[in-house]
Design a protein around this ligand. Structure first.
Ligand SMILES: Cc1cc2nc3c(=O)[nH]c(=O)nc-3n(C[C@H](O)[C@H](O)[C@H](O)COP(=O)(O)OP(=O)(O)OC[C@H]3O[C@@H](n4cnc5c(N)ncnc54)[C@H](O)[C@@H]3O)c2cc1C
Length: 469
């Protein structure tokens, strides 16, 4: 096991980090500030590890601050509840571990929005998460531009440090042979610990922003008090590291032994890990998930699982980090643009408005069932997600609307939405990371997926009955 001071940790951090401004440290700083944005955990959190090392080096305490705003796109009961429930668990764990963690909820849009700025003023430096989606990169850049002191961002999403891949990778087949040999080194275990200096109580009382007192408020009450979309309800999925670990253990024991086969059946709720919401919010480290899969005693199935968890997931991260146009059609390769140009005016089998898609009002019962699964549960099975996306492409009035509406629906209802894997998955429907196939109307040479053929491959009627209107 490596210590935090080891060369191994230094090397890892140097390949995960970026300075977000060229300011120096604040010599009068009273603490180091870790602004937790996308990695909502204390374990295997590289930004936190760097912040702990900086605090020790400067002989300062560490403040871990997480804020939740009502203003991010798609802010809803669903997303807020999942974050707040996890913050409740983090508060308890912080007390046990000895971290000073504070969660500040901004209820209304006109509440003081600059708690992090006020905290940063008194910090020696600010460390935050490096993450390309969910508005984190833009928020961090704006903050770093106005912060008087040094701001550093460190990535903890990937197992293999994302900085190793400096350019955009073309496809899974190009990143796979580079990623997999690096996995054993990247999976080595590091001993996590708190900053050595405890924070004085007088300083705690004097810090700006009032942390949410979880002993006085339920998650439901906290969410209800926020100026957010209350039409997208919370889902019953338990949030937090404990729930993620329970799910991981069950998956490794019961489902992983037949993962490759079971993952193909959308009626099999336990066929895949269903860890995407926990991975998206950084509640569990992908490295912990990978180690558990490798230790399960099913090497072939673990390889198949790691192809998703590592190859596709880190291809998605590389895409969003290296291609700033990841949310637009401009991110697509030239052959897709050529074929879209040739088929732009093809007659559509049907066209729908965003409202009709959102209300599951298409002519196809299977597509409608998929949309209802997403709206009701916050997740959708991978096989169905591909069919769902391919048909938005075919039934929207144009390609631009198709992508924009897909992003809207995926990110509004998906509890795992707004993730690099969200954008990679949606762009895959348009041909990203893929190759040309036979020409068809509207799709051109983009790979098609047939709802009719899906009905022959698996029990779609059962799925439709389950997610009926
Ligand atoms: C149109 C479309 C939209 C998608 N939107 C999302 C999304 O919003 N959030 C999201 O996390 N994934 C998304 N995906 C990818 C994939 O469908 C989900 O990651 C997967 O279904 C999650 O279920 P699971 O956790 O049981 O996966 P498992 O099969 O157990 O895989 C383990 C983990 O690997 C990652 N993973 C699995 N498949 C992929 C993939 N194809 N690409 C990238 N990473 C993958 C996920 O983090 C997942 O949790 C989308 C795919 C498509 C085609």
């Amino acid at each position: 096991m490596h210590t935090l001071e080891s060369k191994y940790v230094r090397d890892q951090i140097s390949r995960r980090g970026a300075r977000l401004n060229d300011r120096s440290r604040n010599p009068a700083g009273e603490y180091v500030l870790y602004w937790m944005q996308s990695t909502h955990r204390f374990e295997e959190n590289w930004a936190l590890r760097f912040a702990v090392l900086q605090a020790d080096k400067l002989q300062l305490p560490l403040v871990i601050h997480q804020g939740l705003d009502p203003t991010y796109p798609h802010a809803s009961d669903r997303i807020h509840s999942f974050i707040i429930d996890n913050a409740r668990e983090l508060t308890k764990r912080a007390a046990q571990l000895g971290h000073h963690y504070r969660f500040v909820l901004r209820h209304r849009r006109d509440d003081d929005r600059r708690v992090v700025d006020a905290l940063a003023q008194r910090a020696a430096l600010v460390v935050t998460d490096l993450y390309p989606t969910a508005g984190v990169a833009e928020r961090s850049a704006r903050f770093a531009a106005r912060c008087a002191h040094r701001v550093v961002a460190i990535e903890s999403h990937a197992i293999v440090p994302s900085g190793i891949f400096e350019k955009e990778e073309y496809a899974a087949r190009t990143i796979r042979p580079k990623l997999l040999p690096l996995l054993p080194l990247a999976l080595q275990v590091v001993e996590d610990r708190c900053a050595r200096l405890e924070i004085p109580q007088a300083l705690v009382r004097d810090l700006p922003g009032e942390p949410l007192d979880f002993s006085r408020v339920s998650t439901r009450e906290a969410v209800a008090s926020c100026d957010i979309d209350h039409q997208v309800p919370a889902v019953p999925m338990p949030s937090g590291l404990t729930a993620a670990r329970t799910r991981l253990a069950a998956f490794c024991a019961e489902s992983l032994p037949r993962y490759a086969e079971r993952r193909a059946d959308p009626n099999d709720d336990e066929g895949s890990s269903r860890l995407s919401p926990y991975l998206h919010f950084g509640q569990i480290a992908a490295a912990e998930v990978a180690r558990a899969a490798l230790a399960s005693g099913h090497p072939e199935q673990a390889t198949s699982f790691l192809n998703e968890l590592v190859v596709w997931r880190e291809l998605a991260l590389n895409f969003c980090l290296r291609n700033p146009r990841f949310g637009t059609l401009e991110a697509l390769p030239a052959w897709v643009h050529k074929t879209m140009g040739e088929h732009r005016d093809d007659a559509r089998e049907a066209t729908y408005t965003l409202e009709q898609f959102e209300g599951a009002q298409t002519h196809d019962a299977l597509w409608n069932a998929a949309q209802r699964e997403l709206v009701r549960t916050g997740v959708m099975h991978n096989v169905v997600r591909m069919l769902w996306g391919k048909h938005i492409l075919q039934w929207a009035p144009g390609y631009t609307e198709a992508l924009a509406w897909m992003v809207h629906l995926n990110n509004k209802y998906g509890i795992d939405g707004r993730d690099p894997s969200s954008y990679a998955g949606m762009q895959w429907c348009f041909g990203k990371f893929d190759r040309p196939f036979y020409t068809r109307p509207v799709l051109g040479v983009i790979r098609s997926m047939s709802l009719k053929r899906a009905r022959e491959k698996w029990d779609a009627e059962r799925y439709i009955a389950r997610w009926s209107a």
